[in-house]
Design a protein around this ligand. Sequence first.
Ligand code: NDP
Ligand code: 2IT
Length: 447
Amino acid sequence: MNVEENMIPFMKGLKRRNRGEKEFHQAVYEVATDIIPFIKKHPKYQNALLLERLSEPDRVISFRVCWVDDQGNIRANRGHRVQNNNAIGPYKGGLRFHSSVNLSILKFLAFEQTFKNSLTGLPMGGAKGGSDFNPKGKSNAEVMRFCQSFVTELGRYIGPDIDVPAGDIGVGAREIGYMFGQLKRLTNKFSGTLTGKGLEYGGSLIRKEATGYGAVYMLDDMLKHHKQSIEGKRILISGSGNVAIYAAEKAIHLGGKVITLSDSSGYIYDKEGINAEKLALVKDLKVNRRGRISEYLNTYDAEFVADQRPWHLKADIAIPCATQNEISEDDAKALIKNGCIALVEGANMPTVKEGIEIFQDNKVLFAPSKAANAGGVAVSGLEMSQNSARLSWSEAELQQYLKKIMHDIHEKCVTHGTEKEYVNYSKGANIGGFIKVADAMLAYGVI
Ligand code: NDP
Ligand code: 2IT
């Protein structure tokens, strides 16, 4: 029986049990294409229903989140936490606050997180949560009241040895601060239950930089493995949030020429390249002032293209750092036509399934999100270790850990994904992430 024949009954069952959840189907399909043949070749993983068990979350928690806006109106949102799998450690993964949040998106993210966390080598299971609350245009007081209400409900289900949430889209240092404060008040415990905390209250150095830096370390390793370097390469980055800003910072530091950034209203194209000084403006604009990326043009010379993504420009490298499915099949074709040699997924699942196939068919170096953006959760894992030991490591120590973890992930991808001359990083990451979780599940028997 070939892969497709095995895939059909598996995917049919998954789709029947999770109707209409297209992002979840997409994420599981992408993993299954590599794991089904791997299981077939390794008898010890057969007959244990491992992929079926991994794609059925341990539990899904949903709750109402009521809060009062600045005008005194009562508002009601939905909150969720998907605890996918805790075979190798406490559930761990971010919280997303965005109007698009639904269970399909959180289930895909929690499923992916299980493999990503395994790849880091640290003891963390996979989870994801969030709400359809839209923080845009809300006052600090409104965000605070929402966060307090959200974590009052979520607090029943999390803890340092149970489930440790962190940030994601729409959840950064401000939101983590509000949630940690409320959790501390409710439990009367100063625990390491959230990561991405402020440095004054148990946070770790380099957590905020870790996802973006880690993605560029992965790129650096991929290029070196193929006898290339970042120096002088034209780089397209999407997004201008946490991941995009620090991916740009590290890419610039290593000599790359970053020519775009974006947000949900469009992208900026700076043909001279965004340097450290220009990036400092973006940080202030997006992090402190919560402005729009188009305001870059108030200070620097660039083009702003409304409602478009930057993938049709000429460049050597693309680092999507905004959201899922932001690189379509046509975008993938345009990138290849314009000379793109490497794509590193800073965001989670930014490339559609057909896009991945096009990159792989054309031998573009393609680092999937579960490998490329694992640096963020890796430093979250190190924040948990520091909290447990009640100490703080230096920046130099943490930088070394991050580099080593990303390097080890690259090696796992090479080990499990090399096909003749081409490294299939997706296959390498899927198999590399699967083995540790699968072995732990086998050890536990049927649970
Ligand atoms: P932020 O909220 O800090 O930034 C998100 C950026 O992406 C913003 O520029 C935002 O634009 C843009 N964006 C978000 N949604 C959309 C959309 N639907 N269409 C177009 N643009 C959009 O989030 P992060 O930087 O933390 O996260 C970005 C990606 O990286 C996500 O996929 C996340 O899951 C992933 N990730 C994050 C990690 C972390 O440590 N933070 C770790 C690993 C992965 P605007 O400002 O207009 O909303
Ligand atoms: O997608 C991700 O890996 C994150 N949003 C970070 C999760 C974490 O627990 O730090």
